[in-house]
Design a protein around this ligand. Structure first.
Ligand code: GDP
Ligand code: MG
Length: 296
């Protein structure tokens, strides 16, 4: 009887920016762990989400989209995506119905040569019709003959249950990698800074949100409230002005939106203090990137 053997493994989600990786990850894990916005490059780090049942443990990880690095931070983001290919038991390769397929893409070539099971998810099928979809499926079948192809719509939660089931079938027999009550390997502070960054992406235009980083300096949980002090780092004085806004109104709005989400996340009242600091050219400063947890 092999039925009672515990299964466990790493399921890594890869693909180009904006195809819906983080949305899918949250559906698969069932919690809002990854931040999701319509702007690309929202996901800078690898984020792990864990699903536990008595029979199995699935360790999902969401990666930044694959892209060509323009500066050090992006090099790091790309390396997270490539490392996702090395340590997976199952690969979820996400594409959508709108992105153009680049047959010579390096990443695609790497995936083609891999031996682990690949589930190719064609997301956003709510945006297309049956004929177009069939053409896409044929195209992908030629590009990745060994992959199993699943048309899905993360937005409408369509096709997701089938994928969850398939993933469990593909998991190797193994003891759990993490404590069985773990949901993620990330500390609370990480989620706070991600939530603040998500709101900044929603509120500010152009390059401003991309040149900021959020550092949670204090996270103090008391009986009925969590006290948080966070600093937003920007690269230039002009950006600091934009973040703060006229009479501090922009920062206030950011703070209110972030606080509400943080309260929802921790199911507790939150007191949030936000500061803005100029740290020139931090995206190219190795010391700073290291202190923010990027391994260089
Ligand atoms: P990521 O960059 O690959 O992590 O993509 P996100 O998960 O951040 O999603 C990018 C955008 O696509 C967001 O605006 C999502 O709401 C949207 N999106 C995700 N899944 C779907 C879907 O199935 N249909 C449609 N129409 N939009 C989707
Ligand atoms: Mg993402």
């Amino acid at each position: 009887m092999t039925e009672n053997k515990h299964r466990s493994g790493f399921v890594n989600i890869v693909g180009n920016p904006n195809v819906g990786k983080s949305t899918l990850m949250n559906l698969l894990v069932g919690e809002k762990l990854s931040i999701i916005t319509s702007k690309s490059q929202t996901t800078r780090h690898r984020i792990i989400g864990i699903v536990n049942t008595p029979e199995y443990q699935v360790v999902y990880s969401d990666t930044p989209g694959v892209l060509r690095p323009n500066y050090k931070l992006q090099e790091q983001m790309l390396s997270f995506s490539l490392s996702a290919l090395d340590d997976a038991d199952v690969l979820l390769y996400v594409t959508d119905v709108v992105e153009t397929i680049d047959k010579n893409d390096d990443f695609l070539q790497r995936v083609r040569q891999m031996d682990i099971p690949v589930l190719l998810l064609i997301n956003k099928i709510d945006l297309t019709n049956q004929t177009e979809l069939e053409k896409l499926v044929d195209q992908w079948h030629e590009l990745l003959p060994k992959a199993e192809i699943y048309p899905v719509s993360a937005l409408n939660n369509f096709g997701i249950e089938e994928i969850k089931k398939r993933i469990v079938e593909l998991l190797p027999e193994s003891p759990p990698y993490f404590e069985k009550d773990a949901l993620t390997d990330r500390p609370a502070r990480f989620f706070v800074s991600e939530i603040i960054r998500e709101k900044a992406l929603m509120l500010y235009q152009k390059e401003v949100p991309y040149s900021l980083e959020v550092l949670v300096e204090e996270f103090k949980e008391e009986n009925d409230i969590i006290r948080i002090r966070a600093v937003i780092w920007v690269e230039r004085d002009s950006q600091k002005g934009i973040i703060i806004g006229h009479k501090g109104e922009a920062l206030k709005k950011l703070g209110t939106m972030a606080r509400k989400d943080i309260e929802r996340f921790f199911e507790k009242r939150v007191y949030l203090q936000l500061f803005v600091k100029v740290e020139k050219d931090w995206r190219n400063n190795e010391r700073i990137l290291r202190s923010l947890g990027y391994k260089l």
